[in-house]
Write a protein that binds this ligand. Structure first.
Ligand code: SF4
Length: 179
């Protein structure tokens, strides 16, 4: 039986996230311009991982994957930091990744068909098999919200969860589509 959203949110907060919100999947709009930004390859992951474009599928295929779900949860890790301090930003990103990893383990045990969507490229393996061999861990790989075409701030706004927590703060965001 599906757990209540309150139980899922509590579980997420116990995994270390700073803020957690409910996600109505019908609010998600995938956008071509986000995928165009991926193609510019600023994060240097384009065409290098199964979970990044073009390996994660066309925008239409990503939309179809998302729309199989009805509800989910938005997961944020926020810190106060100097937004020019790249070491601190890297540390926050690592903390968010650890929170996502811990929560993914817990939530996959409860919702085996859930879709875990992180921040940044899948780092499950040091070297991805893309494009020569199939993904080694298809049940553990996670795409980013951007790779699937989402504008992170819009997803938060459309679900009444702040994205900006004031000057001198930064927030990393992921989500899990439950059922
Ligand atoms: S799990 Fe490994 S092989 Fe699969 S997408 Fe992630 S890094 Fe690549």
């Amino acid at each position: 039986m599906a757990e209540s959203m309150e139980t899922v949110k509590e579980l997420a907060l116990n995994c270390g996230f700073s803020h957690v919100g409910e996600l109505d999947v019908s609010t998600i709009r995938v956008r071509t311009e986000v995928r165009d930004a991926c193609a510019a390859d600023k994060c240097q992951s384009y065409g290098k991982r199964w979970t990044c474009p073009p390996g994660c599928g066309t925008l239409e295929e990503c939309d179809a994957r998302i729309k199989k779900y009805r509800r989910g949860v938005i997961l944020q890790t926020t810190a106060e930091l100097d937004t020019m301090d790249f070491e601190a930003i890297g540390e926050l990103g690592m903390n968010h990744g650890k929170n996502m990893e811990g929560f993914a383990k817990e939530i996959r045990a409860r919702y085996p068909s859930c879709l875990v969507i992180g921040a940044g490229a899948c780092m499950r393996c040091q070297t991805c098999t893309y494009p020569d061999e199939p993904c080694r861990f298809p049940n553990e790989a996670s795409a980013s919200m951007e790779a699937l075409g989402m504008i992170v701030s819009d997803v938060c706004k459309d679900n009444n969860l702040p994205y900006y927590y004031g000057a001198g703060t930064l927030t990393f965001v992921g989500c899990v589509l439950l059922d």
